[in-house]
Design a protein around this ligand. Structure first.
Ligand SMILES: Nc1ncnc2c1ncn2[C@@H]1O[C@H](COP(=O)(O)OP(=O)(O)OP(=O)(O)O)[C@@H](O)[C@H]1O
Length: 217
């Protein structure tokens, strides 16, 4: 049985129910694309999953990315593992990073194509570069499950494909809110379609094509 299960889950804003009740589990090896039009409940479902499962090693890449603009790209990626180190090591890293960390993070930044920006403050990056920093941070963090909200929305076609490959290979399971149906079908094993806070489709990707998903929009 999966450790990642929701049973009759609901989300409310004030007195208004915007999601559920819904039940679903994420099995090992599953990469789930959450699709549906704007306002369907994708971000709300990701937040609910993060709340319910945060006792387990879950990484979150939020839509707003959560970068600290005044810190360098290196330091933002390093934050993916802040909770694994003692306070004094994190404090020392702020002033003078350890060579081992610099080398590991530099390799990751090279992989996502922003190695030359290692010491640039995140506030000086483009939208696509910022998205790649946030992706590098969750790849550095590692864990049992990745939750990501439109993780490649600011990237061009080849960059988006490359990063989708790294994110789905970097975690044993993932749930990714997506708007690009071809990327969802190409990289995810399962498609969950939401409409007005309800699951209206839940099927393996290899049984679907992008035309059959258009009904959700
Ligand atoms: N802070 C909030 N307060 C009240 N209602 C909210 C709030 N955030 C979201 N909602 C409502 O919850 C519903 C689901 O929103 P959600 O952000 O989960 O949609 P989404 O599918 O992620 O949309 P998008 O693709 O635009 O990011 C919408 O009806 C939205 O208006």
């Amino acid at each position: 049985m999966s450790d990642f299960v929701l049973q009759d889950a609901e989300a409310h804003y004030g007195a208004t129910r915007v999601l559920g009740p819904l039940s679903m589990g994420i099995e090992p090896g599953e990469h789930v694309a959450l699709i549906g039009k704007s306002g369907a409940g994708k971000s709300t479902l990701l937040s609910l999953m993060y709340d319910r499962w945060q006792a387990q090693p879950v990484a979150l890449m939020p839509q707003a990315l959560g970068l600290v603009d005044t810190l360098s790209v290196f330091h933002n990626v390093y934050m993916g593992r802040l909770d694994r180190h003692r306070w004094w090591r994190n404090l020392a890293t702020l002033a003078r990073p350890f060579r081992r960390d610099v080398d590991e993070i530099a390799a990751l930044l090279d992989e996502v194509g922003i190695g030359e920006k290692r010491w640039t403050p995140c506030g000086e990056l483009s939208g696509g570069q910022r998205q790649r920093v946030a992706a590098a941070r969750v790849l550095y963090q590692q864990g049992a499950l990745l939750l990501a909200d439109e993780p490649v929305s600011a990237l061009d076609g080849p960059q988006a494909s490359s990063l989708m490959g790294k994110l789905t290979q970097g975690y044993p399971r993932s749930v990714l809110a997506m708007h690009d149906l071809d990327l969802a079908l190409g990289f995810c094993t399962r498609i969950v379609g939401l409409r007005d806070g309800a699951v209206v489709l839940d099927a393996p990707s290899n049984t679907l094509d992008s035309a059959s998903l258009q009904d959700l929009y």
